[in-house]
Design a protein around this ligand. Structure first.
Ligand SMILES: Cc1ncc(COP(=O)(O)O)c(C=O)c1O
Length: 242
C-alpha cells in the first residue's frame, strides 16, 4: 500500500492534533464533568436571520456557481473599506484575498512567507491548530512562551531572541488572543514590530476576534506607522467583516 506524503504525516508532528483537545473536552462535558472550554471560536448565539435571509436571496437569485478565485469584487471592496476604517491605512481590493475561513488564510499566508524548512514563530499559549497549519505549509513551528504574570504579552526581547535562535522567516501573532483573551497594547505591538524589522520577519496577524473586545481597544499591527517601509501580511477573517 502506498504511504501518505511526508507533508501529511508531519502535520501533527507525531503527537495529537488540535482537534483531539476539542473532542476530549466535548466528551467530558457530555459525561457531566465541569469543563471550561477554551477551544474553537464557536458563538453561543445563532446566525442572525438577516444573514440567513441574504444567503437565501443570493442563492435564489442565481449566485450558486463558481466565484472569482480571489473573491467577489464587491466583497473584496467591502473588506478593504473595513480594514481602511479600522487601521487608517489605505487598503484596496488588490490587498484583499477571500478564503474559506481564517485557518485557510493563515495557511495561505505561511505558504507565501516561508520556504520549505523555514522556521515559523508563534506565541504560546496558542490556538491549537497553529503548529499543524505551519507544518502543513512545509515550515517548522517554533513557539515563543509568554506568561500569565506578564499578561501573556510578548516583548521585543523574547521575539528578537527567538528570531535569532531559529533564524525564523515569519511570526504569527493573535490579538485579541484565543485562548488567553490578551489584547495587545500599542507598546507590545511596537516591540514586536521592531523585532520583526531587526530580524527581517514577516508578521502574520490573526485578528479573527477583533470585534470581541470588552476591555481595552483592539489595534491591528497593520495600523502601526513603522510598517510603511516594512513587510506585513494582515489577515482579518472574512467572517468578521461586513
Ligand atoms: C484564533 C483563531 N484563529 C483562527 C481560527 C480558525 O478560523 P476558521 O474557523 O474561520 O478557519 C479560530 C477558530 O476558532 C481561532 O480561534
Amino acid at each position: 500500500m502506498p504511504s501518505l506524503s511526508s507533508r501529511i504525516r508531519a502535520i501533527n508532528g507525531g503527537g495529537s492534533d488540535g482537534w483531539d483537545v476539542f473532542h476530549r473536552a466535548r466528551a467530558m462535558i457530555e459525561a457531566g464533568e465541569a469543563v471550561t472550554e477554551l477551544t474553537i471560536g464557536e458563538h453561543d448565539t445563532p446566525t442572525d436571520h438577516i444573514i440567513l435571509d441574504a444567503m437565501h436571496a443570493a442563492a435564489r437569485a442565481g449566485h450558486t456557481g463558481y466565484a472569482a478565485v480571489p473573491g467577489i469584487p464587491a466583497l473584496r471592496d467591502a473588506v478593504a473599506a473595513r480594514v481602511t476604517r479600522h487601521t487608517g491605512i489605505a487598503t484596496g481590493r488588490d490587498n484583499v484575498l477571500i478564503t474559506p475561513g481564517g485557518q485557510a488564510a493563515l495557511y495561505a499566508a505561511q505558504l507565501a512567507c516561508c520556504n520549505p524548512g523555514d522556521r515559523a514563530l508563534f506565541i504560546e499559549p496558542y490556538y491549537a491548530t497553529y503548529p499543524g497549519t505551519i507544518r502543513a505549509a512545509g515550515a517548522v513551528p517554533k513557539g515563543i512562551t509568554t506568561r500569565a504574570a506578564d499578561g501573556f504579552l510578548p516583548d521585543y526581547n523574547v521575539v528578537s531572541d527567538a528570531a535569532l535562535a531559529h533564524g525564523a522567516a515569519s511570526l504569527l501573532v493573535n490579538s485579541p488572543n484565543n485562548p488567553t483573551g490578551a489584547v495587545y497594547p500599542r507598546a507590545t505591538l511596537e516591540g514586536i514590530a521592531a523585532a520583526a524589522q531587526d530580524h527581517d520577519l514577516w508578521v502574520i496577524s490573526d485578528e479573527v476576534y477583533d470585534t470581541q473586545v470588552w476591555q481595552g481597544t483592539h489595534l491591528s499591527p497593520r495600523a502601526l506607522p513603522v510598517w510603511s517601509s516594512a513587510r506585513l501580511s494582515s489577515a482579518p477573517c472574512p467572517r468578521a467583516t461586513q
